[in-house]
Design a binder for this molecule. Sequence first.
Ligand code: TYD
Length: 131
Amino acid sequence: MKVKYIDFQKHGDYRGQLIALEENRNIPFTIRRVYFMYDTKEYVHRGLHAHKKLKQVLFCVSGACTIKLDNGHETMDIRLEKPFQGIFIGPGIWREMYDFTEDAVLMVLASEFYDESDYIRDYDTFLKNCL
Ligand code: TYD
């Protein structure tokens, strides 16, 4: 699967923790966009799409949520519950985010500007493209 779980290096000392994110270093692409979701309702499932070209790294910088990943052949669920945990998601992966805690802030670093034409929002179309 074009997915990688990454434990980012923590620069911790007696004051607390600090995480540094650098494009084309520990983030494997040029960062064109950052967005985040918060105040997500408990019962909500977000995402439910794949991308044609976009690469992303997802972090839950506060709280926790679960990411379901699907390459058309297999699925996996990853619980993000620490700010140093990231998931790299390459193109062609269907994703769904759910089980958000009340304090969850899901931050996404993305390799491209927002472009609706890069989305595959229909699951059957996604599956056909996986063949
Ligand atoms: P949406 O695609 O529904 O979020 P998700 O599927 O990841 O849960 O996006 C919600 C709205 O925000 C939609 O009107 C498009 C807009 N949006 C932007 O304007 N820029 C962005 O970078 C993103 C991710 C969404």
